[in-house]
Write a protein that binds this ligand. Structure first.
Ligand SMILES: [Zn+2]
Length: 341
């Protein structure tokens, strides 16, 4: 393995995609600044500083292969760490999730990976495709990373995405269901520093990656949506400066000081309806390009299928993640209503 080439170029993602056999067996090396680097498999790289740490950070991207902006952000930061332009002060794990889907510029090859966590990869049909296999491998990488802590650390996992459609609130985060635990306002302040001021509180267990880390490891996990899908190289990176800067501060500063949570600066919603598709004739009753967070009046029909019409239950109820093309049994639409925490 030409480690020198990787350190000189920083091109971890490129090698993972186009020369993956280099990482078929785990690779370990130490950078000049003392940072330990561990590559457990293509697309999975971890940095441990030589000094004492207090925070374990997981940044995953490309769970949907065509959501390129987060992939480019993580790739650029990992390259700066490898080449020594930046130095970690905290433990960090980068996960470039669905490499084959990146190659074909699609959301997934066979199956939506963000419905396969918390063991869902092994249920039903079992591990019979690369998405299921990879979801299991990613879970294991996260588990090992958190379990290797020597003291109690603050655990953060941002699973970074971009949405299929435009959004009235361009950047937003889904805060997974915490069961009976309280929501953490300081974490929302960090998201605000990322330029993410719209938060959607999930109120049930799911099979998403962020729920896995939150539920199994007590991490502050979020599914972070950073804007609209664009092909590689066509993202306006200026739009992501705040999130990139905040990620770098979390990685390179021991105790970064973010401004306190201010409810005035944030729009917080709770999920009201989770609408699953049961029949092939499932249909949305609004335009295909209607932005996320567009709201409706109480009683308005938003979707229908055999035997059922779905209506808004509140004035101001808004739609998020509509997708009539999902498989039968999967979520086709969420509705949300404003709330406070
Ligand atoms: Zn996504």
């Amino acid at each position: 393995m030409p480690t020198e080439q990787l350190i000189a170029s920083g091109q971890f993602l490129h090698l993972s995609r186009f020369d993956p056999q280099q990482f078929d067996t785990p690779v370990d090396f130490t950078l000049k600044n003392g940072t330990q680097v561990h590559i457990s498999s293509p697309g999975i790289i971890r940095f441990d500083p030589p000094s004492t740490t207090t925070r374990s950070l997981v940044f995953s991207c490309g769970v949907h292969g065509n959501e390129t902006a987060p992939i480019e952000i993580c790739d650029a930061i990992a390259a700066q760490l490898l080449t020594g332009k930046l130095q970690v002060k905290q433990r960090v794990l980068f996960l470039f999730a669905n490499l084959p889907a990146m190659d074909i510029a699609e959301r997934f090859v066979e199956e939506n990976m963000n419905r396969l966590f918390s063991g869902a990869h092994s249920q039903g049909q079992g591990i019979n495709n690369q998405e299921r296999e990879r979801a299991k491998e990613l879970e294991l990488a996260v588990a090992q990373f958190f379990n290797d802590e020597t003291t109690t650390h603050e655990r953060i996992h941002y699973d970074l995405h971009t949405a299929i459609r435009a959004s009235k609130n361009e950047k937003f985060a889904v805060y997974p269901f915490l069961h009976d635990k309280p929501r953490n306002k300081q974490q929302l302040a960090i998201l605000h520093a990322c330029g993410v001021s719209t938060i959607l509180l999930s109120e049930s267990p799911t099979t998403t990656f962020s729920y896995y880390s939150t539920n199994q490891f007590g991490a502050h996990g979020f599914t972070v949506e950073l804007g609209k899908v664009q092909p590689f190289g066509q993202n306006d990176m200026a739009k992501f400066q705040k999130v990139r800067d905040t990620m770098i501060r979390l990685i390179t500063e021991l105790d970064p000081d973010f401004s306190a949570f201010n409810p005035e600066e944030m729009d917080i919603y709770r999920v009201n309806q989770v609408i699953n598709k049961h029949f092939d004739d499932f249909k949305l009753h609004f335009a295909d390009d209607l932005p996320n967070f567009t709201d409706f009046a109480k009683g308005q029909v938003i979707a229908s299928e055999t035997d059922t019409t779905y209506k808004c239950e509140y004035d101001g109820e808004a739609i998020v993640f509509p997708n009539a093309n999902v498989a039968i049994g999967q979520r086709a639409l969420l509705t949300v209503v404003p709330t406070k925490i």
